[in-house]
Write a protein that binds this ligand. Structure first.
Ligand SMILES: [Zn+2]
Length: 569
């Protein structure tokens, strides 16, 4: 989207997406005939200010000089700009509108204002909203520009000049693709293109209004009682959200300890205070899991649920549950952010998503990361004293976490038809429940299924991996306890609770299994009240640092839980 530079009768320079008289601010008296990208308008602004810091956006007598100066700058930049003249604009005449139109316009404006609060939207997103509101693209641009003129929103170039380079304003990426356009060099960001294009020729609409219009009455009706461990953590979370000096905290929970509900009382408090709340997670399945729990415990409160990457959804309300990709469509919108599974794909290792989450936070806002396996950056922040650490070391059934046992294999764990001594242990494990066998590569799944089927002909053996078309059916059968043995890649490492499951990690020394993956896989065991214990076996030819760290983390959770009297001895 491009903009026309404008001059008003008071000598102010501004810009508008329109050049037509009836759509311009009534005080505009002239307008540049050629539209420019917002990024280029900013280049003009910077050059002009460099010559005379007070020349731009100034009032009064020198406007003729300023107009000439602007033309000179654009010509000097060598942009292929036709029709480079200032056109006079006569004062706007009153436009007759019937009363019905006025009412309809008011309704549309209200709906627009309700749906864009705190949002950062591309032109494509705005067009999507126009379709939803059943209005023309031009009309939505007008509504957006009206908010900008009233000072409640801003237009920003989607990718802008930043010193000698460029920076995407949606995801913060500096490593962008540069290309020659008719108006000089342009740049496109690839890091956030999954939610729509972002280039220096595009703009973002940033709404600066709060999602909340003051304190609200919140009916918080929890359908659960916090365990002793959860209550202790929940009090610390409340202390952090209400009056801690730190902006960031890390809730380090044992796998299956119920960390999400620990945050609900603080979310209720924040909403009552008129603060906006975001629950974010990298993966859609976590969102799908949390949404019914929030709806159940906050029965009257409108919850915006935004999942997936590409589709933009427009809802209203001061509490939002969203994937980290959807969070890129918010700007300075939330007072309190609860970020679940900070160490999971695709958030972990994505500069863009981390930048987006930080910038979705309002000034003096609080962000709490929830995880069972903190990232190195998170732990570093704790060590430096920048991040407050809150622990939740015990599960609800007061039984210690199963500590993995290392079974050394003399032979490689490649699926070559032979098995090691560890196979004999599968029979013992099967006595306790179904056995989940993790392997490091997709190509190992089928050979290991065949090999284990030969060894245990009476057992029901199957397996799955990310691209398996039968994956969801098999996982459903696994939940129903239909398999004796199930071979899987790390797709089942998180987010699944299977009663009575036992875990074997084959080639636990493989580089694909870092300490986080190992803790998560081990964390599948003993999650339910019916089977609170179980076995975890790490099978490998050698012991790696990741294996050692995983065992240390689990033992440390147990030690802490015991000290606090949160598990039975
Ligand atoms: Zn980007």
């Amino acid at each position: 989207m491009n903009f026309f530079l404008t001059f008003d009768k008071n000598g102010n320079v501004s810009f508008s997406p329109f050049r037509e008289r009836d759509k311009l601010n009534s005080s505009v008296i002239s307008c540049l005939g050629t539209p420019l990208s917002l990024a280029n308008i900013q280049v003009v602004q910077e050059r002009l200010q460099r010559q005379d810091p007070f020349a731009f956006w100034r009032k009064g007598s020198k406007q003729k000089d300023t107009k000439l100066e602007i033309l000179k700058i654009i010509k000097a930049l060598g942009w292929d700009a036709q029709d480079l003249t200032w056109e006079d604009v006569s004062p706007t005449s009153e436009i007759d509108q019937s009363r019905v139109d006025e009412e309809r316009d008011n309704e549309v404006r209200k709906a627009f204002n309700r749906l864009v609060l705190g949002r950062q939207l591309s032109c494509g997103d705005l067009r999507g909203l126009a379709r939803e509101l059943k209005i023309k693209d031009e009309e939505i641009t007008k509504l957006a520009h009206c908010s900008v003129e009233q000072g409640s929103a801003q237009w920003v170039p989607a990718v802008r000049h930043n010193g000698s380079g460029w920076q995407c304003q949606r995801c913060g990426e500096k490593d962008v693709e540069e290309w020659p356009s008719l108006c000089g060099m342009a740049a496109t960001c690839r890091s956030c293109e999954s939610i729509g294009s972002s280039s220096s020729l595009d703009v973002l609409y940033r709404d600066q209004r709060s999602l909340m219009d003051g304190p609200s009455e919140v009916l918080f009706r929890p359908h659960w009682t916090l365990t002793e461990a959860q209550r202790l953590a929940s009090e610390q979370v409340a202390g952090f959200i209400r009056d801690a000096p730190e902006e960031t905290a890390l809730l380090w929970a044992a796998c299956g300890a119920g960390k999400t509900e620990v945050c609900f009382p603080s979310a209720a408090w924040a909403l009552e205070q008129g603060k906006s709340v975001l629950f974010a997670a990298p993966r859609q399945d976590v969102i799908n899991d949390v949404a019914p729990r929030l709806r159940r415990d906050f029965p009257d409160y409108p919850l915006q649920v935004l999942t997936g990457t590409s589709l933009v959804k427009f809802q209203s309300g001061g509490m939002v549950l969203a994937t980290t990709h959807q969070v890129l469509r918010f700007w300075c919108a939330f007072d309190v952010v609860f970020m679940d599974e900070m160490d999971a794909f695709p958030y972990h290792g994505s500069r863009a998503l981390a930048w987006g989450l930080k910038h979705a936070l309002r000034r003096n806002g609080k962000i709490l990361y929830l995880t069972a396996t903190p990232s190195p950056e998170g732990l570093k922040g704790v060590q430096k004293g920048k991040i407050r650490l809150i622990r939740l070391p015990a599960r609800h059934h007061r039984t210690a976490l199963p500590v993995p046992i290392w079974e050394r294999s003399r032979h490689s764990l490649e699926p070559n038809g032979s098995t090691g001594v560890w196979v004999a242990q599968l029979e013992t494990l099967r006595g306790q429940g179904s056995v989940l066998v993790f392997v490091p590569k997709i190509s190992w799944v089928d050979p290991w299924i065949k090999c284990l089927q030969r060894r245990f002909p009476d057992w029901c053996v199957d397996g799955s991996y990310s691209s398996d078309p039968g994956r969801s059916t098999k996982i459903e059968r696994l939940r129903q306890g239909k398999y004796d043995l199930f071979v899987s890649t790390t797709i089942l490492e998180r987010g699944i609770t299977l009663s009575g499951i036992q875990v074997v990690v084959l080639a636990a020394d493989h580089p694909v299994f870092d300490e986080r993956a190992l803790v998560q896989m081990a964390g599948r065991v003993g999650r339910t009240r019916e089977s609170p214990a179980g076995s975890v076996l790490f099978v490998s030819t050698r012991m790696t640092l990741a294996m050692q760290t995983a065992v240390q983390w689990i033992e440390e959770q147990n030690r802490l839980a015991l000290e606090l009297g949160l598990i039975e001895t």
